[in-house]
Ligand binder design. Structure first.
Ligand SMILES: Cc1cc2nc3c(=O)[nH]c(=O)nc-3n(C[C@H](O)[C@H](O)[C@H](O)COP(=O)(O)OP(=O)(O)OC[C@H]3O[C@@H](n4cnc5c(N)ncnc54)[C@H](O)[C@@H]3O)c2cc1C
Ligand code: SF4
Ligand code: SF4
Length: 466
């Protein structure tokens, strides 16, 4: 029987093409091996990344000591990493890449880890950003801009009726190509001197006493992190490829799925009511204003959230919605399909991409620990009214990168400086805005989201993010 190392597999399908038994099936991010496998080893040789191993009856039939496959003899190689950096950033989204960039610019040695094989993909975003939020850090570059926005329209849906309630000219902004934008940010970090490693997951922290000393990384088998239950995908027990890298500061930028801060003992769990559960299609073949973003509120289309149409060039748009899962009766995708069916100009389109995900709607209290800073979605740093998180992630990352570099430099000089500066400066500026918007979100019940009062505060919040 052949076994798959999930954390090495890049889901390319080369193995499927050579299997004479049709024993392999490639699901989107899962390779399934069926009982029909005869352990012939052909797929193992076809795999470009050494993600397969044959170690069953076929091997025994070949005789003891006879390696079944090439991968039993050779470990898969990886680009080398140093054993110590000043700063390790976990996660190469906007928060992590900005942290790595700023830390490197401030003279620190930086490792930026990303578990995915392609930074920025798959996209989990509607990709909207205001002109002010983007240009605070970057000039809009045609390579990562899909559409330029000049207008915003606000609709309410009640009793099956859609009504345009507010429209604003001059709502300047962009719809990004996040796949390109996120990669651009990581490239900027690399150009500034940070070491970027893809397909490299953080799987645990090295903690001595209360102090975090480093990160355990996996470039091979998915290994259960410290203190967590887990199973080796290889029952035969191939040793996990885990290594330890030391650092003075860890920056947890691992997004809404964050585990790193929890490993450090910082409570970052969210309540259901503090998440926005989202589903979105990229629709092609629709008639829309290519320079207008449209927002739709109403309990029947998106309880506790809203629907959006963000254009991505002629005839294409990100059409999605987010719901508050504790008050919604059905999953977000059901609301999305009903919403699209209810809007004739959208119903004529074809979905070419499905995006799903969640946004944290409540800022996390503990964003600093002994040797760790938490940034971006991992710290709940998204707007509680809109779910927009890119500007906050970039701002938090930049600030954390700067503070961490100062801290690491001071340690080298044995001077005194604290990581708490990150929290203090964040709270005094962006954090205050997030807390105010969280209070506003709490003030309006899902039923109130069609009120003029809600639309006014919502419009202000969308203009700030997108
Ligand atoms: C459907 C949807 C629509 C949205 N629309 C908008 C919008 O229009 N505008 C806006 O501003 N915001 C929007 N957001 C929110 C926005 O996408 C996030 O706030 C933003 O991406 C947060 O950036 P981040 O860097 O904190 O996290 P992420 O972008 O999620 O990056 C985290 C990275 O960490 C990596 N990672 C995780 N664990 C590990 C590990 N153990 N080891 C190594 N790497 C790891 C992940 O693979 C990922 O690449 C939307 C979100 C969703 C779900
Ligand atoms: S070992 Fe042979 S039979 Fe088994 S999955 Fe690979 S190619 Fe197919
Ligand atoms: S050939 Fe290797 S990397 Fe490609 S799908 Fe098969 S196991 Fe995965």
């Amino acid at each position: 029987m052949v076994y798959v190392r999930p954390s090495l597999c890049s889901y390319c399908g080369a193995c499927v093409s050579v299997c004479p038994q049709n024993a392999l099936t490639l699901a989107e991010t899962r390779l399934v091996v069926s009982e029909a496998c005869t352990d012939c080893g052909l797929c193992v040789r076809a795999c470009p990344v050494g993600a397969l191993e044959a170690r069953g009856e076929g091997q025994e039939a070949r005789g003891k000591g006879q390696p079944a496959t090439r991968n039993s003899q050779f470990a898969t190689r990886h680009l080398p990493l140093a054993t110590r950096y000043d700063i390790i950033v976990i996660g190469a989204g906007p928060a992590g890449s900005m942290a790595a960039l700023k830390a490197a610019q401030h003279g620190a040695s930086v490792l930026l880890l990303e578990k995915r094989q392609e930074i920025g993909s798959p996209v989990r975003c509607a990709e909207g950003i205001s002109h002010e939020a983007l240009t605070r850090f970057w000039e809009p570059d045609p390579s990562f801009i899909a559409a330029t926005i000049e207008r915003a329209e606000f609709y309410t849906v009640a009793g099956g009726r859609t009504e345009l309630r507010m429209a604003g000219e001059g709502a300047r902004g962009y719809v990004l190509e996040r796949r390109i934008f996120d990669r651009f940010l990581a490239e900027q970090a690399a150009l500034a001197g940070a070491h970027v490693a893809v397909k490299t997951a953080a799987v645990g922290l090295v903690i001595e006493g209360e102090k975090i000393r480093g990160v355990q990384i996996s470039t091979g088998l998915a290994q259960p992190p410290r203190g967590c239950k887990g199973q080796s995908p290889l029952p035969g027990g191939v040793p996990p490829e885990i290594s330890t890298i030391e650092a003075s500061v860890i920056i947890a930028a691992d997004g809404v799925e964050s585990r790193v801060a929890r490993w450090a003992g910082l409570g970052t769990h969210l309540k259901l009511r503090d998440t926005l559960s989202c589903a979105q299609y990229l629709l092609a073949g629709i008639e829309i204003d290519p320079a207008a973003v449209c927002y739709y509120t109403g309990e029947e289309i998106a309880p506790g959230g809203y629907a959006w149409v963000f254009p991505k060039g002629e005839g294409r748009a990100n059409v999605g919605l987010g719901i508050q899962p504790d008050v919604a009766r059905e999953p977000a995708i059901n609301y999305l399909i009903r919403f699209i069916e209810s809007q004739p100009h959208l119903a004529q389109g074809s979905p070419v991409t499905l995006v799903t995900g969640a946004v944290p709607l409540r800022p996390v209290e503990n964003i600093v620990g002994d040797g760790i800073l938490v940034v971006g979605d991992a710290a709940g740093q998204a707007d509680p009214l809109t779910g927009g998180g890119i500007p906050f992630a970039m701002a938090a990352g930049a600030l954390a990168g700067e503070v961490a570099a100062k801290f690491a430099g001071a340690r080298r000089r044995r001077a005194l400086t604290g990581l708490e500066e990150y929290k203090a400066r964040w709270e005094a500026d962006w954090g205050r805005r997030l807390r105010r918007n969280y209070r506003l979100k709490e003030r309006f019940s899902p039923g109130d989201r069609i009120s003029h009062a809600f639309l006014r505060v919502f419009a202000v919040a969308t203009a700030a993010v997108k």
